[in-house]
Design a protein around this ligand. Structure first.
Ligand code: NAD
Ligand code: LMR
Length: 338
């Protein structure tokens, strides 16, 4: 059975014998939510996905029935609370937007008490059902939920640092859009590297490394950096108690999942900033850090260094480091004490 499935995944691509695959199983955990629903829709549109499994403790079968009518080439299955194993078996990529969102006045860290347990439970299920899958964590606070997920995988003896990612793509998407609003150019041509973590001062945009933003200085620079670091608050405030970013996050999550799939498929040069176990600041006790990462068939292929920073960026980085360390340590301690 296993051999048959593997064999069916080899194929002839444009007339050449190739080991490249064209069929992947993607799973969304938290598919019934504000992010989960549009993310599931966008995953249904990805031609590399031939099997899409949607799981939530509430509403996933309904979302699956709805999305399954879209006439793209994937089979969609819905999985209720008691069938996480059915959703995860055979998964290649798992994207996780499960957990509560912020309300006005809350920080992402205020979500820790609720979301830490949710993420730990899901990590245990991944460990038991698809330990080789590439996993992207959207659930906040990302700076802590990624370490929590890693620690649970370690407890199960299946942790592979190449396969676990915190999704920070929304910061990259926002940076691109906000720069283009200042410059009046097409955001598709503006690729800003954002490093560090995913909350306030831990979000460090490297605006000097992008031609369109390198000359932004003074008050405009300060306001732009603040907007990138606190863009999430803009949405939380505007939604006025109804949650946080969902549609832009679904867009960013689908972009990141697409990049993981392109890497799995052997495409060269797929690079996205993402929060992974990283050597860059390990000397300072920071085990996870977001920077440009090249993705490949095993997940992380190459972690790129930060490159040359301006004095302003060095200052931002200094503010990021202690906050990030606190968030990571909190996640690790949660699993150690549970
Ligand atoms: P939501 O409340 O609309 O949806 C969350 C979903 O998770 C719900 O459908 C809920 O039933 C489900 N859920 C809860 N516990 C679960 C479990 N144990 N297993 C499976 N599903 C479970 O919230 P949302 O707006 O979709 O946000 C989800 C998370 O994503 C929040 O933590 C939010 O802060 C985070 N977020 C992260 C980013 C980012 O950039 N990484 C961006 C936006 C939001
Ligand atoms: C965001 O950046 O929009 C998300 O992390 C959600 C939030 O709480 O701001």
């Amino acid at each position: 059975m296993f051999a048959l499935r593997a064999a069916s995944k080899s194929t002839l691509v444009r007339g050449f014998a190739s080991s490249a695959r064209v069929d992947y199983k993607a799973v969304v955990l938290g598919a019934g939510g504000g992010i989960g629903q549009p993310l599931s829709l966008l995953m249904k549109e990805n031609p590399k996905v031939t099997e899409l499994a949607l799981y939530d403790v509430r509403g996933a079968p309904g979302v699956a029935a709805d999305v399954s009518h879209i006439n793209t080439n994937s089979k969609v299955t819905g999985h209720a609370a008691d069938d996480i194993a059915g959703a995860l078996k055979g998964a290649d990529v798992v994207i996780i937007p499960a957990g509560v969102p912020r309300k006005p006045g809350m920080t992402r860290d205020d979500l820790f008490n609720t979301n830490a347990g949710i993420v730990a439970t899901l990590a245990d299920a991944v460990a038991k059902n698809c330990p080789k899958a590439l996993v992207g964590i959207i659930s906040n606070p990302v700076n802590s939920t990624v370490p929590i997920f890693a620690e649970v995988l370690k407890k199960n003896g299946v942790y592979d640092p190449k396969r676990l990612f915190g999704v920070t793509t929304l910061d990259v998407v926002r940076a691109s859009r906000f720069v283009s609003e200042i410059k009046g150019n097409n955001p598709k041509d503006v690729q800003v590297t954002v490093v560090g973590g995913h909350s306030g001062p831990t979000i460090v945009p490297l605006l000097s490394q992008t031609a369109s933003s390198a000359d932004i200085k003074g008050e405009t620079y300060d306001k732009l950096v603040h907007r990138i670091q606190f863009g999430g608050d803009e949405v939380v405030k505007a939604k006025d108690g109804a949650g946080s970013a969902t549609l832009s996050m679904a867009y960013a999550g689908a972009r990141f999942a697409g990049a993981l799939l392109r890497g799995l498929d052997g495409e060269a040069g797929v690079i996205e900033p993402t929060f992974v176990e990283s050597p860059l600041f390990a000397g300072e006790g920071i085990v996870y850090f977001s920077s440009n990462v090249e993705l490949g068939p095993e997940g992380v292929k190459t972690i790129h260094p930060l490159g040359k920073l301006t004095a302003e960026e060095e200052t931002l980085l200094k503010a990021c480091i202690p906050e990030l360390k606190k968030n990571i340590d909190k996640g690790v301690a949660f699993v150690a004490s549970s």
